[in-house]
Design a binder for this molecule. Structure first.
Ligand SMILES: [Zn+2]
Length: 247
């Protein structure tokens, strides 16, 4: 049986001497893996389809539960990502986050769209051509795009972060506060619970959630640290995010 799907390459692994196995995020079938035969040979036609972040229409042949890619038509390879290390790493984090949150056969069209849009933004951050938020340089622009994406992905996966007033006493939050890993909510210091969080972290999360306010570069960095811990608490570690933060 043959079928087609728009998909993003999340991960690739060598298979035998000339083949690769790709893990794909498809728009309408969730995550799936497929063999790409002969792509390690010189001049292989489908080499591009075995590259990370490749966004293409894939045509698969399915036989006894195994998928083989028989052709692919490139939508976007996000090639500018290769020109900026921070943007490239941010894209690696994005793919790892999708890989961790998705399960085979469970579709997630909103997350798929968010991932493609974030890769487009990261690509334009890398080009320095007016990225989505703070395109002064690759790192601060890519950090903000990544923060927005991770918050959206967590929400899609059922782990939303909320940054409103204190959920216990209703106080407006500012200055030092707390973040509760169980509920994903910021709260005031007096009500306690959770881990310490700074006002700049809270403001960056609010900005990234589209609730207004300004995010500082320091706030975005702190917010990514918090999201990294929260992601690990709810789903799994994101080793590439730790590396990204060390860049
Ligand atoms: Zn409170």
């Amino acid at each position: 049986m043959e079928f087609k799907a728009d998909a993003l390459v999340l991960r690739t692994a060598d298979w035998g001497e000339y083949d690769k196995i790709v893990t794909l995020f498809t728009a309408d079938r969730g995550k799936l893996s497929a063999a790409l035969k002969g792509v390690k040979r010189a001049g292989a036609k489908l080499k591009f389809a075995a590259q990370p972040f490749c966004f293409a229409e894939f045509v698969f042949a399915e036989r006894s539960g195994r998928n083989t890619v028989i052709s692919a038509y490139l939508h976007d390879g996000f090639y500018p990502l290769r020109e900026d290390i921070a943007c490239y790493y941010a894209a690696v984090v994005l793919c790892e986050a999708c890989d961790q949150l998705l399960f085979e056969g469970i579709e997630s069209p909103a997350l798929f769209l968010a991932a493609v849009r974030a890769l487009e933004s990261l690509s334009s951050c890398a080009e320095g051509a007016g990225g989505e938020a703070r395109p002064e340089d690759g790192k601060s622009g890519s950090s903000y795009v990544l923060l927005k994406f991770l918050l959206a992905a967590l929400k899609e996966a059922g782990y939303p972060v909320s940054a409103g007033d204190c959920p216990h006493c209703g106080e407006r939050l500012s200055g030092r506060m707390r973040f509760d890993m169980e509920s994903g909510a910021f709260g005031c210091e007096a009500c306690g619970g959770g881990v310490p969080a700074s006002g700049s972290t809270y403001l960056a999360v609010r900005a990234a959630l589209g609730q207004g306010g300004e995010a500082t570069a320091d706030g975005v960095k702190r917010a990514l640290r918090l999201v990294s811990a929260y992601f690990a608490f709810q789903a799994s570690d994101l080793p590439s995010l730790e590396e990204y933060l060390r860049l």
